[in-house]
Design a protein around this ligand. Structure first.
Ligand code: OXT
Ligand code: ADP
Ligand code: MG
Length: 603
């Protein structure tokens, strides 16, 4: 099939394109030339919509696109593996409420990016995976093209939406649809397929300019119905033991001041999910994080804001919630604020669903509470006192563990240092993955500001660490501290080169216990291979950062770790600290041992 460079351009898709015409800088569409092409239209469409950073990896057919994007003033962050570029794009989306863009080559590059796209959809992160693709006619007849694959069909089940653009004049619509799909309603991952043939297609420059769309109001506010707000507040007001759960949707919504005001005006204790830590400072007196296993079963009314009642909340039922068995309901009444109307009742009955964007819902609730002029009841003192007691006990227990200084280091003695460093640098962004390395960090290291903790999310995915770190540093310019299990780090460790190449202020701390969960397991079969769970003992991970010109430090004591972290933050140099901890430290699967099938079989 021939290219169709001369297809008649469509009329202007809307007034907005005409209004924004001057924003497409002259020179992007060459004023002398009467023609533009697919490369240029992709760049113009992204720029017109405020996209300024691309995470990706070049190769056929997008190599030139990466060069041209850079020449057009966009920041192109080039990775060593597309999966890491994809994780970077997804977390950039979470941090900025703009879709993060990941750009890959066809089939294998696309597949590498797909894991991150699926993870973005699962986590409700707005992201667009743009992949070049091979020749449709050959792909569809399965004639064996270079990197042949029906990418659109494969992406579709893993994305919120998937689109392919075949003609240059449709690039504007394709990019606009991708942005709208990623951002509106529940955010998610979107796939945009750009066949190789699209890029050199030419069309009249003016018609091309007219074909672009600047998306107006890509994430429209969704105002909750007043009766839904009233139903929720009536239920909450009558509670004897109310609890608020804040999820990463609440962090994403950037309604920080109103969320804090709602918590403080109602005096209700709250529990932050992992990535909602810091939405209010973890040291806030209403935080019930240190009394989690007490408040979940005891609460009578639970207001869930931007969190799903999925496995991380034991599906809202079972022993965690005070029921007798895993399938039983604990008797709590639930109020759920979520932008997705289908979320309610997905696991247990939601007595008062409030559908809308969190900013609008929380502000409507605050308005209604203020209208009751001081008559909002403080939760009963017995409830607040009981929580305070549990907290005091758990915090004291934690304090004892943190005060110990064993040799070799354990998770507590190493993380006590990280805890202090984060306290002294509350703007630093903490990236965290591993099993024990994740779970201990979550409960030991307090966060003080919103969206500063980025972790493995809904899938518990290993390999997100370095992609998240690169994006966090690029997007925010802040210091990044990545606390990594040694196994977790291995999934994306080669991106140390990327961190050094872009000279990013990333300090990676590997809590090195020589293996997955721990490093002391032996192969008891007498065979020659090591246990599947252990790595080379005494591995010198710090040399990896040194190999690319960064700083590498081996730390065997809390004092060495503290010095190295302080120096990393002072210098803002790429740094990897290999924090050697006891190989016997750690339990299988960390805090989720009970999810192992073998554990489930046990009586
Ligand atoms: O109330 P109680 O008494 O229960 O106490 C709780 C709190 O009240 C208390 N607490 C506090 N006390 C005092 N002070 C403070 N401030 C405080 N805060 C809290 O502490 C406890 C615990 O609190 P928490 O954490 O809130 O509560 P809990 O009960 O744990 O919460 C439940 C959950 C489910 C919400 C929580 O546990 C959670 O969020 N868990 C997430 C778990 C997760 O996602 N794990 C990652 C996956 S594990 C596994 O799959 C791994 N793999 C396989 C694999 C994966 N994942 N991905 C891919 C692509 N391939 C393979 C692998 C390979 S992990 C892994 C590598 C592991 O090895 P590493 O070397 O990397 O790591 P190490 O383990 O370190 O060796
Ligand atoms: P966590 O893992 O922290 O428990 P989840 O990812 O399970 O959080 O849940 C996030 C929820 O937040 C999703 O159900 C999603 O629909 C919702 N959400 C995301 N952004 C918004 C928003 N702006 N307004 C309302 N709900 C939102
Ligand atoms: Mg480990």
């Amino acid at each position: 099939m021939l290219d169709q460079p001369t297809r008649t351009a469509k009329p202007s898709p809307g007034a907005s394109a005409a209004e924004d015409a001057p924003k497409i800088a002259s020179g992007e569409i060459n004023a002398q030339s009467q023609e533009t092409d697919g490369f240029q239209l992709v760049i113009d469409a992204l720029k017109l919509n405020g996209i300024d950073t691309i995470f990706g990896l070049p190769g056929i057919p997008i190599t030139d696109l990466t060069r041209k994007l850079q020449a057009a003033g966009l920041r192109v962050i080039s990775f060593r593996h597309e999966q890491n570029a994809g994780y970077a794009a997804s977390i950039a989306g979470f941090m900025t409420q703009k879709p993060g863009i990941c750009l890959t080559v066809s089939a294998p590059g696309f597949m590498n990016g797909l894991a991150a796209l699926a993870n973005a959809t699962t986590n409700c992160f707005p992201m667009i995976l743009i992949s070049g693709s091979s020749e449709r006619e050959i792909v569809d007849l399965q004639q064996g093209d270079y990197e042949e694959m029906d990418q659109l069909a494969i992406a579709r089940p893993h994305a919120k939406a998937a689109f392919r653009v075949l003609h240059a004049e449709d690039i504007g619509v394709g990019v606009a649809r991708a942005i709208r799909a990623a951002l509106s309603g529940r955010p998610g991952g979107v796939y945009l397929d750009l066949p190789a043939k699209l890029f050199p297609q030419t069309m009249d420059a003016e018609a091309g300019r007219q074909s672009l769309i600047k998306v107006v109001d890509p994430a429209p506010r969704q105002i909750p119905a007043p009766d839904a707000v009233k139903r929720a507040l009536d239920l909450l007001k009558g509670a004897k033991r109310p609890l608020i759960i804040l999820g990463k949707g609440a962090a994403y919504a950037q309604a920080d001041a109103d969320i804090r005001a709602l918590v403080e005006k109602t005096s209700i204790p709250y529990l932050p999910m992992a990535m909602a830590k810091g939405l209010l400072p973890d040291t806030h007196e209403q935080s019930a994080a240190a009394a989690r296993s007490y408040v979940l079963p005891e609460a009578d009314v639970v207001l869930v804001i931007g969190a799903r009642l999925n496995w991380l909340l034991s599906h809202g039922k079972g022993k965690t919630w005070g029921a007798n068995s895993a399938k039983d309901w604990g008797g709590q009444k639930f109020i759920q604020i979520d932008i997705s109307p289908q979320e309610a009742d997905s696991n247990v009955r939601i007595d008062a669903p409030v559908v809308g964007d969190i900013g609008s819902c929380v502000s409507a609730m605050l308005g209604a509470i203020s209208a009751t002029a001081g008559s909002w009841p403080t939760p009963p003192a017995e409830w607040l006192d009981a929580i305070a007691q549990r907290k005091t006990k758990n915090i004291a227990k934690m304090g004892e563990s943190l005060a110990k200084n064993p040799t070799p280091m354990n998770f507590h003695s190493a993380l006590n240092v990280v805890r202090d460093i984060v306290k002294a640098n509350p703007d630093a962004i903490l990236v965290n993955e591993g099993a024990n390395a994740l779970d201990f960090t979550r409960s030991i290291v307090d966060m003080y500001k919103p969206r500063k903790r980025l972790d493995v999310g809904t899938w518990g995915v290993m390999g997100s660490g370095m992609g998240f770190s690169v994006a966090a540093a690029v997007v925010s310019g802040e210091q990044v501290i990545a606390v990594e299990g040694d196994s977790a780090f291995g999934f994306s460790g080669m991106e140390c080169e990327t961190i050094c190449r872009y000279n990013l202020p990333v300090c990676v701390v590997i809590l090195n216990n020589n293996g997955v969960y721990r490093g002391d397991e032996v192969n008891t079969t007498g065979g020659r291979d090591p246990s599947p769970l252990v790595f080379v003992k005494g591995a010198r991970y710090e040399k990896l950062m040194e190999a690319f010109g960064g700083v590498g430090v081996m730390a065997s004591t809390p004092a060495e770790l503290r010095n190295a972290m302080e120096e990393a933050i002072r210098s803002r140099k790429p740094t990897l600290i290999n924090a050697v901890i006891d190989e016997k430290a750690g339990t299988e699967s960390g805090r989720i041992t009970s999810l192992n099938p073998a554990a489930k079989k046990k009586p």
